[in-house]
Write a protein that binds this ligand. Structure first.
Ligand code: ATP
Length: 321
């Protein structure tokens, strides 16, 4: 190998919460139609891809922040990073020679679409390192093939998602919203939460509840209005599978949050706060009380202050050796 052959690029991808998650009855193909408002928040995974070593991939290494349990993350082709690299290489008819190091701060199976964020980051890193310069539409198409939440991870910001969540329309969101996230080291399986939803709501309407009210509240810029209309159809199923979550939501609201809710399929809970000071106050109060729930939610879950909307996948470092 000659000097200058190995190129390393680090890109960052955000976690998402759902400000509205309307879920319709399961379709014949097994999917649930959704009408959602995705919102990227400032909790990120970093994906560092290195190319220039023939016959080297994809090879994956993983590490994580203290609050992230990596035990359930596969290293093989079931990992979405691996899937993204092989998929893009196949489309481009090239060898998937790449080493990818993922640093996870987004909890695993937390309802924050961390795996999807990593897949989106991998696509952007390889698009740059392989000099593909794909059109946005092409990247979004490959992303949608990898998973319903992957296109939004590319886009970031705030966006309405329909279909399975892969049909996206940006929402004009000029505010900074303050969120306290309470994560758990024990994830909840998204398919299990949807199955519980089917059992609890056997007569769910085919069309999911529309997200219009949340879109209007975002345009108002007023956290009190937004707090009133936050909505998650999966919340009863997540509460049923993890009863401690309902109590956690009440506790966060008692601590001063305008509103608490389960994020996506859970178990992460998101608390909307009026401003930065309120978010810090809710965060410290929840940090004091959370050890009491250790057995229920995982002793090492984190209580974090975040803001949204956060950007989509973006580059943070580049090196050539
Ligand atoms: P979903 O995106 O399915 O709604 P989630 O947001 O709750 O799920 P993820 O962190 O994306 O949770 O992980 C769901 C599962 O995906 C994990 O349990 C793990 O087995 C698998 N997985 C595959 N690749 C990754 C990855 N890069 N990071 C985390 N999990 C991954």
């Amino acid at each position: 190998m000659t000097t200058g052959d190995v190129r390393t690029l680090t890109v960052r991808a955000a976690a998402k919460i759902n400000l509205h998650l309307g879920v319709g009855a399961v379709r014949a193909d097994g999917y649930h139609p959704i009408d959602t408002v995705f919102h990227a928040v400032s909790l990120f995974d970093d994906v560092t891809a290195a190319t220039g070593e023939p016959g080297s991939g994809p090879v994956l290494t993983l590490d994580g922040s203290d609050h992230v349990d990596l035990v359930d993350v596969p290293f093989d082709r079931r990992n979405l990073v691996h899937a993204a690299a092989t998929r893009l290489a196949r489309e481009q008819q090239r060898a998937p020679d790449v080493r990818v190091a993922v640093h996870k701060s987004i909890p695993v199976a937390g309802g924050l679409a961390g795996g999807s964020a990593d897949a989106a980051a991998t696509l952007v890193a390889l698009d740059r390192l392989w000099g593909l310069d794909l059109e946005d539409q092409d990247l979004l198409r490959v992303a949608a093939d990898l998973g319903s939440d992957v296109p939004f991870a590319l886009l970031g910001g705030t966006a309405r998602g329909t279909g399975r969540g892969e049909v996206l329309q940006r929402v004009d969101d000029r505010s900074t919203w303050w969120w306290v996230l309470v994560t758990s080291t024990h994830g909840l399986s998204t398919p299990a939460v949807y199955r519980r939803f089917d059992e609890l709501f056997p007569t769910a309407p085919a069309r999911p509840t529309p997200a219009d009210r949340v879109e209007r509240a975002i345009h108002s810029g007023d956290p009190v209005q937004l707090a009133r209309v936050l909505h998650n159809d999966l919340e009863p199923a997540a509460f049923d599978l993890r009863p401690g979550l309902a109590e956690l939501v009440s506790r966060g609201e008692a601590a001063g949050a305008l509103r608490g809710m389960v994020s996506g399929s859970g178990p992460t809970c998101a608390f909307l706060c009026a401003d930065a000071d309120a978010a810090r106050a809710v965060c410290s109060e929840l940090r004091e009380t959370e050890p009491a729930r250790a057995g229920d939610l995982g002793a090492d879950g984190a209580v974090l202050v975040t803001t949204g909307p956060a950007p989509g996948v973006h580059q943070v470092a580049y090196e050539r050796r």
